[in-house]
Write a protein that binds this ligand. Structure first.
Ligand code: ARG
Length: 563
């Protein structure tokens, strides 16, 4: 039940405000001894021509108290205290009857949402920034699907551009076939870096690179075959990472996919009278929007990144008829997307308003500085392996007897990395700090997973309770806090969809785990004062585990039963 709505309806019977207005006014008091919800009466002072504290007192006398323990007035506020045992019963029974479906809804039914994420560049290492988009995109996919949206997951591979000419040239000069088979991306990176070093000494190399890209564009056989090989080998390596993370896609239509579709779009832009010549390039002027022009064709006639994005958006509208088209791409590209969306709108596409750029911050490391130009990159497989091996060390210290240690370490270590990305507002930069990230006591993945495993261990030891329990036994402050948290799952999900912000779900799970541990540290289950209390508490533990599991599932993180 939505208690806020119930309260708003009761208030509405006595005041002349819209339900929405009342809902907006209702607050959660800063302290739980001030009630569960509060309605401030300031706004009514004018209408009633009375002081707000008198209004709150009058309302208190009039409002029907069914469903509440009590309603009190405190100065200008009307404070509502929920009936704890009714809330406990309703919340826990709902969770335990819906189980893995608790939190799902069908508000998105019949609506197609395109979510583009990951989109690494072929022949380059998959770096920590790509992990950011991969994890956020995957979570948005899970969150949206849980509400019934039909999500199309697209990996817009960076598989086209002048750099492939350079790479072909470099491969012909210095490529090592064996190394390419063994570790394709490392080898491609090696020769790419070498190309840049050599080109500094001999700039003519750049012309050679351009020549090969031209051949590639013209569809020459040998160059196309090499490019395709680089693409296939890179993708194979990327897929290993996706497997480890449990991430999937419906389409890998990357930049090259739009090669034969761009001319028609450029023509359309031209027909609409938007194409302007500027220093030999063809651009769409965006002065009126305080933006630099959107370049559609470079002076050498080549198309660029933006041309492919314009074409891709139009293709996606035609193919998927989306309700929303989401791009999970780093915040440094915000201007690019604004230019693309504005150009689409100028072309007369009203649906451009449904295109959303979901940005995210930078990734830094607590213990090192990196320069990509010098080829210093963190290889993701190494990073993930480190997370797993460090977790294994902790397990070996804390619980050396644990079965399937490797399996558990994998879920916790990988989960810890994913959780780090999803914990804060996505626009914020994040600092990778192993100690913090793997801390079992902080606001971390391991902490939440540990809370789940603890709940499961309690249930294994004490057994699960039958459905018939006396929920009025759950009457302590800590129990009620936990129950209220458990009931807030759907709110957290819908807020996170509104803001396209998975961290709202992450924070929610952290709050549930904290509330559970607070309860667990202050009350005994095994030695509860009577058997009814023990049984009611066991139901609550079971419900907590279910919520943590479903919540982590929306982040793409697995739970472990023992750790
Ligand atoms: N491949 C690009 C990169 O690694 C990201 C692509 C983002 N998506 C897009 N539709 N432009 O920076």
């Amino acid at each position: 039940m939505d208690y806020k709505e119930l309260i708003a309806e009761k208030i509405k019977e006595h005041v002349d405000l819209q339900l929405e207005e009342i809902l907006e006014l209702i607050e959660i008091p800063p302290k739980s001894d001030m009630g569960d919800y509060a309605f401030p009466c300031f706004k009514l002072a004018k209408v009633f021509r009375k002081a707000p504290n008198m209004i709150s007192e009058e309302l208190k006398g009039k409002i029907n108290k069914d469903g509440f323990e009590k309603i009190e007035n405190l100065g200008p506020y009307l404070n509502f205290f929920l009936d704890k045992s009714a809330v406990g019963k309703e919340t826990i029974e709902k969770i335990l009857s819906e189980r893995e479906n608790y939190g799902t809804a069908n508000i998105g039914e019949g609506k197609k949402v395109v979510v583009e994420y990951s989109s690494p560049n072929i022949a380059k290492p998959f770096h920590v920034g790509h992990l950011f988009t991969t994890v956020i995109g995957n979570s948005l996919y899970k969150i949206l699907s849980s509400q019934g949206y039909d999500v199309e997951r697209i990996n817009h591979l960076g598989d086209w551009g002048t750099q492939f000419g350079k790479l072909i040239s470099a491969y012909k000069r210095w490529g090592n076939e064996e190394a390419l088979q063994e570790e394709p991306i490392k080898e491609l990176l090696r020769i790419y870096v070498k190309f840049h070093d050599e080109a500094e000494k001999d700039p003519a190399l750049n012309d050679e690179g351009r020549m090969y890209f031209k051949k590639l564009e013209d569809g020459c056989k040998e160059e196309t075959a090499l490019w395709k090989r680089f693409r296939d080998l890179s993708l194979k390596e990327f897929k290993q990472i996706y497997d480890i993370l449990g991430v999937e896609f419906d389409s890998y239509a990357g930049e090259s996919f739009y090669n034969d579709k761009m001319d028609a779009v450029i023509e359309e832009i031209d027909k609409k009278g938007l194409l302007v010549e500027s220093n030999g390039a063809k651009v769409v002027m965006l002065d009126d929007y305080n933006m630099p022009p959107c370049i559609v064709k470079k002076s050498d006639g080549a198309t660029i990144y933006a041309t492919r994005d314009l074409t891709a958006a139009i293709y996606r509208k035609k193919t998927y008829d989306f309700y929303k088209n989401i791009y999970v791409v780093g915040t440094p590209q915000a201007l690019h997307f604004k230019q693309v969306f504005t150009t689409l709108k100028l072309m007369g596409n009203e649906w451009a308003d449904n295109c959303k750029h979901v940005g995210f911050g930078l990734v830094k490391f607590a213990d090192r500085k990196l320069s990509t130009r010098k080829g210093e990159v963190i290889f993701l497989d190494e990073l993930l392996n480190e997370a797993v091996s460090k977790t294994l060390e902790t397990i070996n210290e804390k619980n050396p007897e644990l079965e399937n240690k490797e399996e558990v370490a994998k879920k916790i270590g990988i989960g810890a990395v994913m959780f780090t990305y999803l914990k804060n507002n996505r626009e914020r930069d994040i600092v990778f700090d192993w100690k913090e990230m793997l801390n079992f006591d902080g606001e971390t993945g391991p902490y939440v997973q540990y809370t789940y495993a603890r709940g499961k261990s309690i249930l294994r030891k004490l057994g699960t309770a039958s459905e018939e329990v006396d929920y009025s036994k759950l009457n302590t402050k800590e129990e009620f806090e936990l129950i209220k948290n458990l009931g807030g799952f759907n709110d957290a999900i819908s807020n996170s969809i509104d803001k396209l912000e998975p961290s709202i779900v992450t924070r929610y799970i952290i709050e549930v785990a904290k509330a559970f541990n607070k309860f667990y540290n202050s009350h005994s289950i095994a030695n509860a004062k009577d058997d009814e209390t023990k049984m009611a508490r066991l139901r609550m533990v079971e419900a907590t585990c279910e919520v943590i599991k479903n919540g982590l599932g929306l982040l793409g993180i697995d739970v472990v039963e023992k750790m």
